[in-house]
Ligand binder design. Structure first.
Ligand SMILES: Nc1ncnc2c1ncn2[C@@H]1O[C@H](COP(=O)(O)OP(=O)(O)OP(=O)(O)O)[C@@H](O)[C@H]1O
Length: 231
């Protein structure tokens, strides 16, 4: 793929009805296969920026290009499909469907993303392979998501983000619920998987110690101006 996987230009955003906070990002790119850790104090707008990148909120101004396409210019349904095709998302609360099986949860993004689905020859086998690569037991595929430990849920959320090799993974503090040992093991697995597929990774964290693992570490204030006034 030519050009950056992610390219923000002249973006600004304020939450509707909230005068106290405004975010401006003049320019921010992530190259294919690049891993970036985004650090910043609480309330500096990291999660807001990730929502703009995922297209769940739209900028007041500017362009958010993913794989060369300005998602801010797509209509709602087209944007949802584009996100499912191109972005694997891992949130703090893993957002698994509690009554679905592990297999249901991992395969979910493929339902909305035919091109991503096509990259996977045998979806069930691929989901099982990802589980094995992420250190989950082979028989976990039929277990209900609600029956899993937090660490297992986290791995299932990673498998769901990685299946079908989307070019970009967005992770918002995915290790916040883990102890130091589990955190290191989790990141080893995530990085092994992104390297295999040359996936770009943008991860938000409060922990600068994670920085050594990433190609680039950026502070929110290096890429964004945040206006904060007490309303
Ligand atoms: N859904 C929302 N509706 C209205 N305002 C919001 C919403 N989400 C965030 N904000 C506001 O946007 C500002 C930035 O919040 P954001 O969550 O993006 O920061 P953050 O850097 O991710 O913080 P943290 O590290 O604590 O998660 C805050 O003033 C917050 O109250």
């Amino acid at each position: 793929m030519a050009g950056p996987v992610l390219d923000l230009c002249d973006v600004s955003y304020h939450w509707p009805g909230r005068a106290g906070f405004a975010l401006t990002v003049p320019s921010f790119h992530i190259a294919k296969g690049e891993t970036v850790l985004l650090l910043g104090e609480s309330g500096s707008g990291k999660s807001t920026l990730l929502s703009l990148i995922c297209g769940t909120i739209l900028p007041d101004r500017g362009t958010v290009n993913i794989a060369g396409r300005n998602i801010a210019a797509l209509s709602g349904g087209a944007r949802d499909r584009f996100r499912a095709e191109h972005i694997g998302v891992i949130f703090q609360q893993f957002n698994l469907l509690p009554f679905g099986s592990v297999a249901d949860n991992i395969l979910l993004p493929l339902r909305f993303a035919p091109a991503r689905r096509k990259r996977v020859q045998d979806a069930a086998a691929n989901a099982a392979d990802l589980c094995t690569a992420l250190g989950l037991p082979a028989d976990i595929m039929t277990a209900k998501a609600s029956a899993l430990s937090v660490g297992q849920q986290q791995r299932v959320a990673v498998a769901r983000a990685l299946i079908g090799q989307p070019p970009l993974i967005i992770a918002d503090e995915p290790t916040s619920a883990l102890d130091a040992n589990s955190q290191a093991a989790f990141l080893d697995l995530l990085f092994a998987q992104t390297r295999t597929n040359e996936t770009s990774l943008l991860m938000v964290s409060h922990d600068p110690r994670l920085g050594a693992r990433f190609d680039r570490v950026i502070q929110m204030e290096e890429i964004a101006q945040t206006e904060r006034t007490v309303a």
